[in-house]
Unconditional design. Structure first.
Length: 210
């Protein structure tokens, strides 16, 4: 399949956006996305990256004028998109890629700490908690540290510090440390373990915050 010159230009210009989307995808929990959704995200992030680059260039130009220095080069991204004769600036793409990585880290932090939803809740705009499901909302709560996992099918209670957890999905997984194991029906202590890995049945388990 032959790629047109315009297609190659678009791919090169939006490399920072794709890079940003990939980093964001790796650092956050989310539902499965379609290719169209990923490309839309990459497009938006790419444009935001170039806008940030343009803003940075504007600030540098303002400082340069005041100090009598040489002005930084103009941002060519928007011109290159509309004019096939305009030359692509490789340095601009490289700087945009660096900004894209920083933008991805900032957006990932905002998502992982649910900053947007916290602000919306404070302003009484929304009561959505920002996680993909209640499992993630509970497990990501900063108050959740020592928990009790009641496995009703196995008649066991596991009490320990929450060390790690996976997305709920089809098979939720938990890793507890300094674990005390009891029989659920009688409350009798059975044994202690340094660490316990659990993959409980969601329909036969109860998780309590101690």
């Amino acid at each position: 399949m032959e790629l047109s010159a315009l297609t190659v230009r678009v791919v090169l210009l939006f490399f920072p956006g794709v890079l940003c989307a990939l980093i964001l995808h790796a650092l956050t929990s989310h539902r499965d996305r379609t290719t169209a959704q990923f490309l839309t995200s990459a497009f938006v992030l790419g444009v935001c990256t170039y806008l940030a680059l343009a803003g940075t260039r504007g600030a540098c130009a303002w400082i340069a004028r005041g100090a009598g220095w040489e002005l930084p080069p103009e941002i060519t991204f928007f011109k290159v998109l509309t004019d096939e004769r305009a030359r692509i600036s490789w340095g601009e793409i490289a700087f945009s890629a660096i900004l894209a990585a920083l933008l991805a880290l900032a957006v990932a932090a905002a998502r992982n700490y649910n900053l947007l939803h916290r602000v919306a809740e404070r302003l009484r705009i929304s009561r959505q908690f920002g996680e993909t499901d209640v499992w993630g909302h509970f497990m990501n709560s900063p108050e959740v540290r020592w928990i009790s996992v009641r496995d009703l099918a196995a008649d066991r209670v596991y009490q320990g510090w929450l060390d790690a957890f996976s997305d709920a999905g089809a098979d939720p997984q938990l890793l507890l440390r300094d674990v005390e194991v009891y029989q659920n029906s009688t409350g009798a202590k059975l044994y202690d373990r340094k660490r316990v890995y659990l993959s409980p049945n969601k329909h036969a388990v109860a998780i309590e915050e101690a």
